[in-house]
Design a protein around this ligand. Sequence first.
Ligand SMILES: *Cc1c(COP(=O)(O)O)cnc(C)c1O
Length: 375
Amino acid sequence: MTQALFNNYKRRPVHLVKGQGTKVWDEAGKEYLDFVSGIAVLSLGHSNPILVEAMKEQSDKLWHVSNLFDNPEQEKLAASLVADTHLAHGFFCNSGTEANEAAIKLARKHTGKHKMITFLHSFHGRTFAAMSATGQEKVHAGFGPIVEKFEYLPFNDVAALQAAADEETAAIMLEVVQGEGGVNPVTAEFAEAIQAICDDKGILLIVDEVQTGIARTGTRYAWEQTALKPDIVSLAKGLGGGFPIGAMLATEALFDSFGPGTHGTTFGGNPMATHIAQTVIDTVFDQAFLADVETKSIYAKQQLAKALPNLQVRGMGLLLGIESPLPVAEVIQAAEEKGLLLVGAGETTVRLLPPLTVSNEEIDAAVAILKEILG
Ligand SMILES: *Cc1c(COP(=O)(O)O)cnc(C)c1O
């Protein structure tokens, strides 16, 4: 077959042309419930009028300004992201992998150490350092020597972590719920152990909230529901509600390690991205909005438990995974035929990532389709 595009994605033959809220339509006019949301990106659903308005408003004023100049919108967005947390500063980039790249560089620069502990089945991105941080061999395959000194430990294994974390360790890096790796939440015991080890040994803690952050788990950040108190946090996916933006947040203590000229990006945090992300944050960081995400999470878990009593459902907030007895690709295909878009996670998990604005009726409809396939 001749094609102009690289073949690096296994694309499904669905050509979506329109979206509204949780619903999308393909070329032929077929309607689907979108429980992929661009992989946890469309936090406020498709074509949300608030975001459409924000985008139009900013596009009439100013699209791009170099980071050589003042940027009050970036300052405001950083302040909103760290407000009422122990974090103090933010840096903006364009994606999750870039946010992690910044996090890894900052941790190395600040500590002068190079060893980093990450976990098997983690996913941190596709650039060299973020790929090297990722504890999955298939992500490294074929690219030659990776960035040095990442050690991959089994997730939720306190003894393995105690044995590996030492004075040479710059940072421990984890996802609160491993998203791509199978919807595996950190246990309370492991989160406590990580924090204790970091405090004891002066190791920095990097929490990758690229998928779990920005209200996806029912709190602003997923670490808020654990004993983890990260020094550095990476964000992307849901932050722009569909407009590309990433961010790295860190504590006051790390401020001086990213001085002028140490790190940067041309596009990062441009006025379009920051204005739209600010609109997302102003909406989803509202207490009532967060409480509603949690209520819908509980509802979805209850309905799934009723419909599929024999299957394990894991996750937090509206990042849920069903352990599938059928091959995941088959479940995804069958759901697609019935008008429900899903994405896999790991080898055996079907992942549900509806927009945070999903309704109970839409959850019911999705659960009914899942019951037909898996029940
Ligand atoms: C998606 C993801 C990334 C990579 O983000 P990109 O924007 O695709 O670079 C990193 N970490 C986690 C946890 C992710 O889910």
